[in-house]
Design a protein around this ligand. Sequence first.
Ligand code: FES
Length: 410
Amino acid sequence: MATAFSRLSELVRATSMRQVRLVCGVILFSYVVSHFLNHALGNISVDAMEIGVYYHTAFWRFLPIAIVFYTAALTHMGLGIYALYQRRQFRWRTIEPLQLVLGLSIPALVMAHVIGVRLGYTLYGHQKLYPQELYLFFVTSNRIWTMTILLIIAWVHGCIGIYFWLRLKPFFARAAPYLLAAAVLIPTLSLLGVYQGGRSVQIEVDDGEWRAHNLTRRQLGSTAEAATLDRITGGLTIGYVGLLGLALAARGVRALRERRRGMIALSYGNGKTVRVPKGLSVLEASLRHNVPHASVCGGRARCSTCRIRIIGDHAALPEPSQREAFVLARVGTADPSIRLACQLRPDSDLSFFQLFTPHTHSADGQASTSARIGQERYLVSLFVDMRGSTQLAEKRLPFDTVFIVNRFLG
Ligand code: FES
């Protein structure tokens, strides 16, 4: 019992908010893949889409799965809004801000579809499946363009997240061509399927029998019910935009408060000193002032390459968070003067030096130079190995190992 409890507390300590976001994102991405494959059946026929959606809904509406799915959706959205508030400094040249903007736009774009289909079913028993939705998208409105944009945004957002998750896995280099093929094929087939399905419905819509079978009031609902669902969509969209506004306003308030609380000086131990408001992490301060700083995992507390050694008294520094303490313990650092720059937010002047030189920015460990066509040359070759490299890989975090090996190779 005690062992189970200590394992659980270890797991909680080891889990960061980003990992929760990742797990929720993977659940949502699984839904998206399943939904897109269902769309792709439109390349066969609308009937095939209908058969597909039967299994799709049977799985995702199964109560335990539905609870997990909606919890993941709400958590992922909440963490996205929190990230908008929490991240003080974005690396604008990286893909991170794009990922955040794409992610935050999804709830606003998907709201009408979810309310129309899911809430319409729950409140009024509407049965809006493919024929009905394609009719609404292609015949009665131009919403197909919104859905196309949504489809592309959701897919790109998911693929970026999956790429950042998998790029360091040992199998990634081998799996990358297949993953890329899937990343291109699935949305393409999905969009083509929707288009083909829409064309079929546009042709069928003049057939009285088809209309009597597919456009009943029970399936589409009444005008009053549609108006109610539209009002709910409008209200929730305003609420969501309000939440985003609130997060931005909270950023402004925090910036003002931090400015009032005063500025602190961070000295890098090489003569360089920057002045930043209290509350910024050391890594954010480096990014803000373009000071090179190793941060292989991008400030996610998943490597330890941003480590700094505090010069002088470290007793006044804030205590390490659970996650920071976990990472430092994981790399065997018991020295309290060693901290993670991405987690440490000092409130007084600080002098430190970086433990790793900041040459490596990405963890993919792949050379950026393109391969050359072969040429004949005379060479002297020298074989070099790293002593104890197996133990090194066993004891350190994967990010750190890649970083050290890259530096060794460099
Ligand atoms: S940048 Fe990876 S732990 Fe700080």
